[in-house]
Design a protein around this ligand. Sequence first.
Ligand code: ZN
Length: 269
Amino acid sequence: MNYTEISYEVLGPVARVCHNRPKQANAESETLLAELDHALECAKRDDSIRVLILGGVGKHFSAGHDLTDPMSTRARLTAAEDIWQWESEHYLGNALRIWDFPKPTIAQVQGACIAAGFMVANMCDLMVAAEDAYFSDPVNHSLGAAAVEVLVHPWVLGLRKAKEILYTGQRITAADAKEWGMVNHVVPRAELENFTLKLANQIAAAPPMSMRMLKRSLNRTADMMGFRNSIMAHFDTHQLSHASDEHKAIVEAGMQASMAAAKKAQNAA
Ligand code: ZN
């Protein structure tokens, strides 16, 4: 498959899959999500691949879902049936397929890692961040929706910090994220790719079958602590917030504004 919105590199035992829409701050479109899913499936089936790195080409990891995309590719998602089905497959589904990827995964993060970008990066097992990386989930403030679709925040930040960043919508720095346990390592931007690849190769040196069993066991531990049930429960609650008048009003205004901005940019080009 020829990818147009991601890159797929095989670096010995490591597959490096990157969001590749740098001009759009790596916003996740329908195509990008489909390609990401396809790449994961390929890396899963390829026995020579032992570790997967998930990154972004250019200045940013990902600014989140491409909110202009639904306007251009699908009918307006106003019915609960449509939103539930779309987000269940493409947002929750995509994210859980990263979580359930049978081999170790590392998020390689620079620049913006916002909303859905935050969500998919945190579905990886480990995270390496450049010093310029920043994280936020402003969706409650900006869209009137209850956070992003996958409430991974308490699991990677602890409940206290997760509540603070979600209530305020504030950005956190790579240094803060490391202090709070969400990020494993912070490195200078110029060293991000090499450092992450070195870490991946260190992991890839272990026997692959026992590594898969180890990840399975760790993820199952999270499930016994309630991970999957709480993720599924939040997804439905998130859907309820999509059905609210306050969310609909914000989306209406925001979509119109973003479409007008896109039109203006087209006219200027
Ligand atoms: Zn949603």
